[in-house]
Design a protein around this ligand. Sequence first.
Ligand SMILES: Cc1cc2nc3c(=O)[nH]c(=O)nc-3n(C[C@H](O)[C@H](O)[C@H](O)COP(=O)(O)OP(=O)(O)OC[C@H]3O[C@@H](n4cnc5c(N)ncnc54)[C@H](O)[C@@H]3O)c2cc1C
Length: 479
Amino acid sequence: MAEAGGAPRRVAVVGGGVAGLATALGLLDRAGEEGVELDVTVFEAAPVPGGNLRTLREGGWQLEWGPNGFLDNEPATLQLVERLGLSRVLQPSSDATRRRFLLRDGRLHEIPTAPGAFLRSGLISIPGKLRMAAEVLIPRKRDLGRAAEDPDTDETVAAFGTRRLGREFTEIMLDPMVKGIFGGEATRLSLAAAFPRMVELERDHGGLFRALVAISRERRARADAGPSGTLHSFVGGMQTLVEALAMELEADPRARLRTAAPVEALDPGGDGWHVRGPGLSEGPFHVVVDAAPAWAAAHHLEAVAPSVARELAAIPFAPMAVIALGFPRDRVEHDLEGFGLLIPGRERREVLGVLWTSSIFPGRAPEGHVLLRVMAGGAGNPGIMERDDGALVATALGELGPLLGIRGEPVLARVIRHERAIAQYEPGHLARLARVDRELEHLRGLVLTGSSYRGISVNACVREAGEVALRVIESLREA
Ligand SMILES: Cc1cc2nc3c(=O)[nH]c(=O)nc-3n(C[C@H](O)[C@H](O)[C@H](O)COP(=O)(O)OP(=O)(O)OC[C@H]3O[C@@H](n4cnc5c(N)ncnc54)[C@H](O)[C@@H]3O)c2cc1C
């Protein structure tokens, strides 16, 4: 591509969710360190930046629109928190959240964490436990780690679970975990794309129990093994993170954050990239980082890269309804001491799970009240999104009332609809990304990032933002 003009180097970031905002800040920081003169513009379709990270506050209640928190085992996120001066308002989840519950045969079971307690628990049958124990005898799969080159080797999460730990474990434990994280179906998600660590553990240790033993030995031997993953948020909720990112960008004379600026087309003109939308035509830019969700990127790449657009449009998204319910404490019989409850698909319920939000993070409900966050829908039940809010609240109450001993109507009921909540990394996802990468080699200066591709969590978005910023600044320095 031709030069975009003299210094400074210009970068456009499309999408002001956590991925786009963190990439923009990373670019400015790296440019400062490397002595690259930079000018960054973020284009965000919505009137406010932040994407899914949005915290609603009303009458003493604090609800999350999207993510509930992030685990403290990703150094990149902790560094970002520190960089933004947010360490003082970081809020760890309470100790009670170590208790997690599952529904089996209509009854709540606490998930045992110690091996002895697991053996005594009724969560998995005796034959199921024996099958799990046989995991040490299952040989390592031969074609691990080849999913990007050979999609036929791309195993689903359910196939992996059944192969190594048995069908019962997969249905009771893995299926609800996948619903809780991806709003997805274990039978339809690629292990290598959705849980790459599992592939590494099998490849490096030959099996999961062997891996567990090796990891705990290593943790004991190394005092610096780092945090194991405690859920964190901020006192003011997850929006704190994106607000601080946006403020940092707005305070930097090298950056511009344009809201209510939906991008409709990216055009690699002769002099560099141009960004176009309704009433919007900016450029040239040396680099465009597209951090919008894949379905949106597909739309604005249609003219310039139809084959990439087709690949991106084929990444499915699961819908999700988040139903926030608040009650006076004495209307809920269950002690709610814990993280919440997940519900396996074989229980044939419509609720995927419920987080006991006010137990996880203090300060989310007014004094003397509790806040529950119910998830419904997901890839396995998209039709539920057609119901109106009243019907969704009634479904949640009807299913959870008897389980948690809820009496009466909620004093707070809010339904948050995510029509395209979370990207589903189906088998073939990594091969698709490899094809897209090959196509992008012909479109110099275009980079895709965000939760649609290589990790759906806030942590994955922030980690990748740092990597992308580094790569882009290096390419600009060399250009
Ligand atoms: C209900 C729910 C619960 C979740 N829970 C957790 C959790 O507990 N922990 C966790 O780590 N993750 C969780 N996630 C995932 C987490 O929300 C995502 O990882 C993260 O928000 C994705 O950030 P992103 O920037 O990639 O995308 P988004 O947040 O979707 O941001 C993309 C941005 O691009 C903008 N955009 C779209 N089209 C255009 C366009 N044409 N032009 C310009 N801008 C455009 C959008 O308006 C949006 O602001 C959850 C997600 C959902 C939906």
